[in-house]
Design a protein around this ligand. Structure first.
Ligand code: ZN
Ligand code: ZN
Length: 359
């Protein structure tokens, strides 16, 4: 698996006339090696690939690292000054890429001073490989989705008049770990009543508000892959006004999912949902994009947004998450994860999205 990914990376290096790429972005390192710790570098070239880490990780990595990599123990070495000469063949490199979005200016200066390559700023080389998921990755995302759904379903059963947003967020953290995930994939959003009007509310000591929306936006990280799901439910009662808005959001989400097919741009898919919401008069109340890629990270390429010209291809995994937000009153968002397939979208979520009253 990693050999195939590195082979695709080498095609990109060739296309960009690079002798090697220094990978510093940890999610990219996970993709290329499986490593999930906090300190590592990968230097990849057609003549050899090196995995550089320190003593906290060398024992674990030595057991699991694909033999295509040479493990370099950086303990007690000054990384920049001392490691390069130890890499057999690296001295002959001329053009070496670095990940411009993932290296500080200070680090760049140290690298430039230590190794007299022509350092080339690159963007999204590995991220672009990650856009299309293989079936193994899709299965991992599916498992994360199912665990997230299990936790959400349980939480709907424990909501009472004294439950706060923080109580529910804490339960998501606790249950994620208890059920075998590495943890949550992002700090949960639990937004009751007027708080649900803020798409990225966090959680507060606010108690659940009867007759108003309650938004859960949550996910888990399981075996290195994440889920991201939003459900808006109603505590005690769903008034007619909110039911009407809910059904508009649901229709927008369903029509976007039904429309997706390979060859469409992110912008075109976004427009399907946005047009429905605009037709009902709420265009100004849907400020964010329709969705984003998911995988190792919660926000990956491609984006489904007004500005996204990226063309969808089979294997891409994206969220479909339209919303309508009324400042001071509340908001509705529903979010599933879709896989772009040859014949359309496959929904990895299994939970119904009809109006749900809890408590
Ligand atoms: Zn979300
Ligand atoms: Zn999302």
């Amino acid at each position: 698996m990693y050999r195939e990914r590195v082979a695709r990376l080498m095609e990109q290096l060739k296309a960009q006339e690079l002798d090697a790429l220094l990978v510093t972005n940890l999610p990219n390192i996970q993709y290329l090696t499986g490593f999930t710790g906090s300190t590592a570098l990968v230097l990849a070239s057609p003549g050899g690939c090196w995995f550089i880490t320190d003593s906290r990780y060398t024992e674990r990595v030595a057991k699991t690292l694909d033999p295509l990599y040479t493990l370099v123990d950086n303990t007690a070495l000054k990384l920049v000054e001392d490691v390069w000469p130890k890499l057999d063949g690296a001295a002959a490199f001329k053009r070496v890429g670095f990940e411009a979005a993932h290296m500080s200016v200070a680090a760049q200066e140290r690298y430039r001073a230590a190794a007299q390559f022509n350092w080339v700023a690159t963007e999204n080389i590995v991220e672009n490989l990650r856009i299309v998921k293989d079936e193994g990755e899709i299965e991992l995302i599916r498992q994360a989705v199912l665990l997230g759904e299990r936790i959400f379903t349980e939480l709907c059963g424990i909501c009472g008049p004294d439950t706060t947003e923080t109580d529910l967020a804490a339960e998501i953290n606790y249950r994620s770990m208890k059920y075998g995930a590495e943890g949550v994939s992002f700090s949960p959003i639990i937004a009751a009543g007027p708080n649900s009007a803020m798409p990225h509310a966090s959680y507060t000591l606010q108690k659940l508000v009867p007759g108003a929306p309650l938004t859960f936006d949550m996910g888990v990280r399981l075996n290195g892959y994440i889920s991201d799901m939003t459900r808006t439910v109603f505590f005690k009662d769903c008034p007619e006004k909110w039911a009407r808005i809910y059904n508009i959001v649901r229709e927008a989400k369903d029509l976007a999912a039904a429309a997706i097919k390979p060859g469409m741009t992110g912008k075109q898919v976004d427009a399907v949902a946005r047009n429905i919401i605009t037709k009902h008069g709420y265009g100004d109340n849907f400020g964010h994009g329709l969705g984003h890629g998911v995988g190792i990270e919660v926000h990956e390429l491609p984006r489904l947004a007004k500005v996204s010209e990226l063309v969808l291809t089979p294997g891409m995994c994206v969220t479909d998450e339209p919303g309508i937000y009324l400042p001071g009153e509340g908001g509705i968002r529903i979010e599933d994860i879709l896989v772009v397939r040859e014949g359309g979208a496959e929904n990895l979520n299994t939970l119904e999205t009809g109006i749900k009253v809890i408590g």
